[in-house]
Structure formats: structure tokens, C-alpha cells
Write a protein that binds this ligand. Sequence first.
Ligand code: G
Ligand code: G
Ligand code: MN
Length: 645
Amino acid sequence: MEGLKFFDHYSPAADLLVAAFCIVIFVLVSSSYVNKTKAFGIYLNAVIYLMIAALSDVFYHGLYLFLPTGEYTVLYIARIIYHAALFSNLVLYIMYIVEIQRLERDKRFPVMLLTAVIFLTALTLDILTTVSGTGFRLDASGVQVSDSNVFGFGYLAFIGVILFLVLIFRKRLFHRVMLGLYGTIAISACMLCMQWVLDRTSYTVAAFLFPAVAMLYMIHSNPYDIEIGTVTARALEDMVQYHYKRKQELILMSLYLPELDEEGKMLTRSLQDTIRFFASEYFKESVLFQISNGHVVILASKNKNLDYKQKIVAMLADFYREYEKFGYDYKIVLGDCIDEISRKNEYVRFIKSIYQKMPMNEIHFVEEADVAAFEQYEYIMSELQDIYKKADLDDERVQVYCQPVYSLKTGSYDTAEALMRLRLPQIGLVSPDQFIPLAEENGYIHALTRIILKKTCDEIKKLMESGYIVKRISVNISITELHDDKFSEDVVGIIRSSGIPEDRIAFEITESQSEDDFVIIKKKIDELKGMGIKFYLDDFGTGYSNMERILELPFDIIKFDRSLVAASDGNERSEKMIDSLAKMFSELKYSVLYEGVETEGDEERCKAMAAKYLQGYKYSRPIPISELRNYFSRLSEQDDGDQEE
Ligand code: G
Ligand code: G
Ligand code: MN
């Protein structure tokens, strides 16, 4: 140090670079989507102080060149301002860490108190030692003559607090983020050590830049999908929270394209362009969020779009025009954000609950009633989850209803379809359309099937023991559960442990949609058929039937959907078509079952169209399974019946 002039330790290059980098950070922040959390506010302040520190470092060193020799008071003051800026930056880093770690009040308070004490003590000592001459001084020739290095001790004290926080509360953040923080702190400390060893001061501020860059990248960056211009669902929550706290109202627009909402599917380029256009063209400062492949949401502030009603009208008009081009099925939900939902920050689930109950290709305007429906949806969902978790095959909440099926061959009811209902403590009986889709989407359906299967087997056993003739009862199966490799093993286990013959159970499956489903269904039918379990093709006529595909699957019974029965009424062409389909199936050794037989007329027509089985309100509505005995006949009665024939 001897003889080396004050200015020789220093080059402004690093500080100027830091100042420039701070500007780059501001540019990045304003051109990307940032979650405007409290932590982010602290972060921005830290960057501002960093920039002040860099500039004041340049300034106080520069002063040396302009001040008359020996008249360094202004320089000393500038140097203290520089230290104050750096210390403020460190205080803000500590506040920031405390914030992202979400420390509780009782932990936050002592940490911040200690930080304040360090800040005031270090700055006071810096000033006192400078004034008294025991601290930083330059002699007439510009050589540093004394340095008690208050700054260095202050710095170490702050670093001590930071290390304490990141080590003691390291579990509070994702470990990779913590590792990133450790890494940048270590690099900063190394830089300061090297400076100290080499007796240079140029990189002091630069060392403080690394944590700022790391935080921006790891914690606040929320990159746009560069093609479509969306940010993630997480960002949606932050935006909702930000506006809710400030009592600023938002407008919500949600587009769902079910056909594209599968893993691996991509929105086409031109669809991306269109969505980006819709998100940016109509509303000022709107943000586009991608919730899943086929689901995007736009949020915009009401204040900034006072004419939002006209904008929505214009947007929808354009939407219909664009829709012609793409032709995908859609569901749209539009409207004001609702306080109740904003408070809980549950828009994604809220919107999904609306989609659940709305028909395809419609637009739904959000209304208060949706909130009540959402609460019910959430309740059903939590009950389903609980049923799934408890995995109790006798769960009281899952109830078996049955619709007896009339057999034309025996002239009696000896088969039936099991239909599930939920009986939930708070809302009573729930019908399948309110919970089957939910259970399927969330992976709970097989848990329900197991219960209904067990209960059906138990009832069949009771019926048989009381002398009733039960040919079989069919249980509905969802395609999603067939994808499980253990399916066959599992259902056979349940049937066997109830002690009834396997052939008393049948499974109903609806037409498959994809090649994948087709292969799975075929495999499962092959596995189970050998044991005498029969298979019904459910709802025939409602899907896009591929006749060739259907005939490749070894179904036993084809259930003609009730829409076919209705269509055959009074429409000769339809009747002819249905009649020939039914006859074709019969000749190929399938049995034909007509669903939705409601009247005498329906019954007559179906009988003439190769019917083997009839099901519908004409015979019975779905009834609790325990009432099935009112329809089924006992062995002796059946004998009587046979004699009459
Ligand atoms: O009985 P209801 O009309 O409410 O039944 C409506 C639909 O729900 C039926 O088309 C039927 O396919 C379906 N469903 C009823 N019970 C079950 C069941 O146990 N499992 C499955 N997967 N679907 C069922
Ligand atoms: O798709 P699946 O066969 O599983 O559907 C059976 C459903 O059809 C039952 O939930 C029942 O409520 C309903 N259903 C049964 N019979 C009739 C009927 O005669 N008319 C109408 N409209 N619906 C029926
Ligand atoms: Mn069915």
C-alpha cells in the first residue's frame, strides 16, 4: 500500500458496468412479465441502491481529481454516501430474503432489528472515524494514510445475517433456488476477498450485482412463451392477488378448446397468432395466461378499459369469424372477476367448474350463481378425494341404484344395470353427471367402480340366497380406468371374494374415441371374457361409430342409445336404418338392447327391430338396488312362468 496513490487502487470501469447493468435490469423487467409481489418491490429498490452505490463510487473517486490537494472534506462526505448506499443495498437484500422465506413476525422482527442496529452502528462509526481522523484519510499527496476499515466490518456483519438466514431457513425455498443463492453469495465474497488481497477497490459494487442478477433470473423471471405470448397459471394468481389487494377490478376471458387440451398436442401456429391477436388487440395492458394446452385466459384491468363492454362485443364478433376458419369445439367463459373468487385466488378451478357444466360451443357470462355452483363442485371434489383416500368398499356415500332390464326371451327381469349415485352429508343425492366427469378427470373413478362393484356383488349374493334368479347385473366402466394394468386382476378379486360366480357381473363400456383406447379395451375384454364376464357396448349411436372397429371387439350386447329409439319414432328412414343395424348385429350373434323405452309404442317398435332386451322408464326408473327384488322373480315363480308358455 505504501506509496500507492488512492486513485491507483481504482478504475471506474467496473462501477460504470454495474450502473449500465442496472439499467439493463430495468429494461428486462419492463419488457417481461413480472409477478408484482412485495418481494419484487424490495428487489427493485435494491437495484436502485446498487446503481446509486456504483455512481457514487465513481463520483467520490472522481472528486479526487478535481479537488485541491488536501481539501478532501467533500470527498469524505461522498464516500460516506457511497457506503450508505451499499449498506442500504445489503439491508434490502436481507429484507428480500426474509420476504421470500415468508418468515413469521416473531422471527422477522429480531432479524430486522439486528439489521437496523448493524446499519446505524456501521454508518455512525464510519462517520465518527472519518471525522476524528482515525478512519479513512488521504495525505496531501493522495496516499491513504489510515483505514480502520469500518466498512469491512459492517459488510461482514450483514453477510453474517444473510448466511444465518439462508442456512437456518434453507428449507423454506426450493433447494435449487437456495443453491443458486449460496453460489452467488460465495462468488461475491470471493471477489471481495480477492480485492482485499490484491489491494484493489474497483470491484466492490460489482460483487453486489451478482445476487441481484440471480434473483431476477431465478425468482422473478416469468418468461413469455415466445410464440403465443402467454405466461403461466402461477402468474395469473399473482396478478389476481395484486389487483385484489388494490381493489382494482379485472375482466376475465377464458377460452377452452377440448380437442387440443391433451398432453403433447400443440396449438397450431396460426391459432397461436390468432390468440395472441385477441389478447393484445382489444384490451389495454391485458395479460394472456396459458393454463394448459387447450386453455388460455386473458385478464385485463377494468379501469384501463372503461369501454370493456363494447370491446367484448367487438371481440366476440371477430371470434365467430375466426372460429369459422379453425372449427374446433370451444367453451368460453367471460365476465367480471368476483371478489369471493379473487380473495381465495381460485380462478382456474372456478372456470373449470363452469366448463364442467356448460355445453360445447357456447359462451357463458360469469354470474353470482356460478359461485354457489363452484362451492358445490369443490365440496363434491373433496368428498370424492376422501372416498378415494379411505378406499372403503362399503363406503356409505357411494350408492348403487339399478334399472331392471326386461328380457324378451324369458319374459322377465333377470338382468339390470347398476347406476351410481353419491349421497353426501351436506347436499344429499348427487347424480352421475355431477360427479362422474370429475372423478374421471382426477383419477378417482376406479375407486368408485370398486365400491359399486363390491356392493352389486353383495346384493347379487343376497338375491341368489333368497332364491331370486339373477342372470347378471352390468356395471359401467370408464375407459380411463381400463388403462390400469391391474384392472382385471382387481375386479376379478372383488367378484371372487364376494362368493358369486364371475358371470353374474357384466361391464358396460362406451364407444372408444382413439386407437389407444381401442387396443386397451380389446385387451381387457379378452382377459375377462374367459371367466364368463360379459361386455356391453354402451350408448351405441351417440359417438362417431366406426363399425369395423366395433365388430373387432368381442362385445356380447349392444345397447342402442335412447336417442335411436326416439329417432325411430315417426321417421321412416331412421327406423329403417336402426332396424337394419339391429338385424346386422343380431345376425353377427350380438344381442341388441334398446335403452330409453318409455311408451307402449317404443316397446312395439323395438320388438320389431330385433330387440333381445328392453330398458327404460316404461319398465322402471333407476331404483335403489335393494328394491330390485320387486322386479326379479324367484325360482319357483319362473317355473310357473315357463309352464304357461
Ligand atoms: O343414471 P343416470 O341417468 O344419472 O346416469 C347418467 C350416466 O352416468 C349414464 O349414462 C352412465 O353411463 C353414467 N354412470 C352411471 N353410473 C355409473 C358408474 O357407476 N360408472 C360410470 N363410469 N358411469 C356411470
Ligand atoms: O348411458 P347409460 O345407459 O349408462 O345411461 C342410463 C341412464 O339413462 C340412466 O341414468 C337413466 O336415468 C337414463 N334412462 C333410463 N331409462 C330412460 C328412459 O326411458 N328415458 C330417458 N329419458 N332416460 C332414461
Ligand atoms: Mn350404461
